[in-house]
Design a binder for this molecule. Structure first.
Ligand code: PEP
Ligand code: MN
Length: 350
């Protein structure tokens, strides 16, 4: 249920509604929009006449029942776009378009630093790289672990780019959050509820990838878990879903981008690397995602993709990424969104 306040409602009117909800053991989530304040009702066991009770309070314009299962993630609850702070003042979800780039896995100091320097020079806003890798096969490279996190810290100091890296295990959240400016929850863990709750308790910016076969509603419910645990700083990532098509690794669901914008206030990033699985498709789909209204991209880049320990076939070369960034600027110009400049660049140590 939401209570939409009149444009003339005072701060006391809003506080009064929240107080009445408190008397019923419910929480009022206040969202201040440009025109109106909306108060979302959170809790279980609503009294039967709650709608009528709220409707007559001073300053209330109307009260509506929300039938969707997700609430905190819903645009009805919070009409204004959420902007997530992602380390060193970087913001995700505003007008500025962010580009996260880097290798699938952190493999070595040389590989990571070379990639970080190059993507930073090409205009990336964040550096990606997995230290803990979710691999389909237990025989495949599992990531460098804590050693990889330390290399990411060094790369951040050098390049000035904030770090996004994956966390897979609730027990590792504390350590990964020390390094990460943005925590990544991978597709395979979208419904790992203990992990979602633990990440929720950190309050740290978190990018939640869409599950391999998750509906939009299941994805938003996973975001709801993180938000319900106390963390409003959620970024969604469309990374392709499983369909009957085998010519691509996944089917990048571009329609999810405007759909999420309609259903939710959370920022949405597109991952054309995992979304296609083929290097030669990444640029087209990246540009299409930007045109479709995404708030940013996450792109796999490797200095020698053919020697990569994971996801080489979908990784751009350093030159390929530079080329993508040039064309992307034209598309962003057309849709009126400036490319975010790394706010941290001046703070980086050479
Ligand atoms: C990754 O980003 O390298 C990754 C494993 O992604 P996903 O969870 O989308 O497969
Ligand atoms: Mn990958």
């Amino acid at each position: 249920m939401i209570a939409v306040m009149q444009p003339s409602a005072t701060a006391e009117d809003v506080e009064h509604v929240v107080e009445v909800l408190r008397l019923h053991n419910l929480k009022g989530q206040v969202s201040n929009g440009e025109q109106r304040t909306v108060i979302g009702v959170i809790g279980t066991g609503f009294p039967e006449d709650l709608l009528e009770t709220l409707e007559v309070l001073p300053g209330v314009e109307r009260v509506a029942r929300i039938t969707r299962p997700y609430k905190l993630a819903s645009r009805d609850f919070k009409p204004a776009d959420t902007i997530v702070e992602a380390g060193w003042g970087q913001r995700i979800g505003g007008r500025e378009f962010v580009v996260m780039a880097g290798p699938c896995s952190v493999e070595s100091r040389e590989q990571l630093l070379r990639t970080a320097d190059s993507v930073a020079a090409s205009g990336a806003t964040l550096l990606r790289g997995g230290a803990f890798k979710p691999r389909t096969s237990p025989y495949a490279f599992q990531g460098m672990g804590v050693g990889g996190l330390e290399l990411l810290e060094e790369a951040r100091r050098r390049s000035g780019l904030p770090i996004i890296t994956e966390v897979m295990d609730p027990g590792q959240v504390g350590r990964v959050a020390e390094t990460a400016d943005v925590l990544q929850i991978g597709t395979r863990n979208m419904q790992n509820f203990p992990l979602l709750k633990e990440v929720g308790r950190t309050g740290k910016a978190t990018m939640l990838k869409r599950g391999l076969s998750a509906t939009i509603e299941e994805w938003l419910m996973a975001a709801e878990y993180i938000m319900h645990a106390g963390n409003p700083n959620v970024i969604l990532c469309e990374r392709g879903i499983r369909t009957f098509e085998t010519a691509t690794r996944n089917t990048l669901d571009l329609s999810a981008i405007p759909l999420i914008k309609r259903m939710s206030h959370l920022p949405i990033i597109a991952d054309p690397s995992h979304g296609t699985g083929h290097r030669y498709l990444v640029k087209s789909m990246a540009l299409a995602a930007a045109a479709a209204g995404a708030d940013g991209l996450i792109i796999e880049v490797h200095p020698e993709p053919d020697a990569a320990l994971s996801d080489g076939p979908q990784s751009l070369t350093l030159e390929g990424f530079e080329d993508l960034m040039h064309t992307l600027e034209q598309v962003l110009l057309a849709v009126g969104r400036p490319l975010a400049r790394p706010r941290s660049a001046l703070q980086a140590t050479p």
